[in-house]
Design a protein around this ligand. Structure first.
Ligand code: F6P
Length: 374
């Protein structure tokens, strides 16, 4: 294998704390090896448009503690990119850019969508490595992802703060926590913040069961409750509707059927958009306690990364440089215990790591008396 000389790096998908630590980790190791490093702007879009900046020691200085991504990001599918109003397969353009820039490898920092893009670029003949980033912690084949620990801190602090106001006003406060279709963030923060009830996408809930738990607390003198609800959590009826709509999309055999199924799925999503507010109204009606909703939203993705995410980003970044040195491509650098491991991208792309129903965190929540709505 020819010696590595020049490498490109980019961040794609939703931003998350720790991205800059990972850029720095990879970059410092790369520069230490004598390689030249460039950073593509705004994710896959910058790679397609060949917009990049040099990442030398000066550019990497002072970014370890900075939130977001110094490179910018976007959500694009490389094989279906909207360019000047047209949807095109941008892979040939990426291959041309990588050749023109003389890049020996590209490093993609991203989540599930990025792993799919990475695999498509591998299939187009490029040397690609990904690092697992997302606050959702839902990437397959890695113990964890950078961004998750920081977001969990933020959500935990929110739950802490909501306790005192819920208590003072004798209210139910529902706090909606991100996580896309996975419940890791709500479960982790819910346990750490001592939420009375935690609702996850993996466990469709019954409104009666949630209300019963709140009423039991009322009987024992607690005239308030804090509910941590994952953005993807649904009551049993809504969950069944969503599942049926998703099944239609998966089983569509023609482009027409697929289009109609996707439209139907979008309508189902839309009709469930206010699901946390709906639950608040239902609980208020049954329990008689005033109910309020706090949507944590993007505050969970913003701001400085916690120590665990800085450490994880640095570890995975430097491990990626080691993989480039060894010529190991088409892989994600996974966190495995106190070590890292290279996992083939085929085992990551298109997979989602949901909370297993027998996971230790689920048992922990139940054992400390938290209601899970089932
Ligand atoms: O994947 C991270 C995440 O914040 C999810 O928790 C959330 O569902 C989604 O991104 C929001 O996406 P967007 O930034 O496109 O609004």
């Amino acid at each position: 294998m020819a010696a590595t000389k020049r490498v490109g790096i980019l961040t794609a998908g939703g931003d998350s704390p720790g991205l800059n630590a990972a850029i720095r980790g990879f970059g410092k190791a790369a520069i230490g090896n004598g390689w030249e490093l460039i950073g593509f702007r705004d994710g896959i879009r910058g790679l397609v448009e060949n917009r990049h900046v040099p990442l030398d020691s000066r550019a990497l200085s002072g970014i370890l503690t900075v939130g977001g991504t110094i490179l910018g990001t976007s959500r694009d599918k490389v094989h279906k990119m909207s360019i000047d109003g047209e949807v095109v397969d941008a892979r040939p353009q990426v291959v041309a850019n990588v050749e023109a820039e003389g890049l020996d490898a590209i490093i993609l920092l991203g989540g599930g969508g990025t792993a799919k893009n990475a695999l498509r670029l591998v299939e187009a003949g490029l040397n690609v490595i990904t690092l697992p980033k997302t606050i959702d912690n839902d990437i397959a084949r890695t113990d964890t992802t950078f961004g998750f620990a920081t977001a969990m801190e933020i959500a935990t602090e929110a739950i802490d703060r909501l306790h005192s106001t819920a208590h003072s006003h004798h209210r139910i406060i529902l706090t909606e926590i991100m996580g896309h279709r996975a419940g890791w963030l709500a479960l982790g923060a819910g346990i750490a913040g001592g939420a009375d009830i935690i609702l996850l996408p993996e466990i469709p809930f019954s409104v009666d069961s949630v209300a019963d738990r709140i009423q039991d607390r009322m009987k024992s003198g607690s005239t308030f409750s804090v509910v941590a609800i994952a953005e993807g959590a649904r009551d049993r009826t809504d969950a069944a509707d969503l599942e049926a709509a998703e099944l239609l999309v998966r089983s569509a055999k023609t482009p027409e059927a697929s289009g109609a199924a996707r439209k139907h799925l979008a309508n189902v999503y839309d009709s469930q958009r206010e699901h946390t507010f709906k639950l608040a109204r239902e609980l208020e009606a049954v329990t008689g306690l005033e109910s309020r909703v706090t949507i944590l939203g993007y505050v969970q993705r913003g701001g400085i990364p916690c120590a665990a995410d800085r450490l994880l980003g640095s570890r995975l970044g430097t491990a990626a440089a080691h993989a480039v040195e060894k010529g190991q491509f088409g892989v994600m650098v996974a966190a495995r215990g106190e070590d890292t491991e290279l996992v083939p991208l085929e085992e990551v792309a298109g997979k989602v790591k949901l909370v297993p129903l027998d996971h230790e965190w689920v048992h922990t929540a139940r054992k400390v008396g938290t209601g899970l709505g089932d």
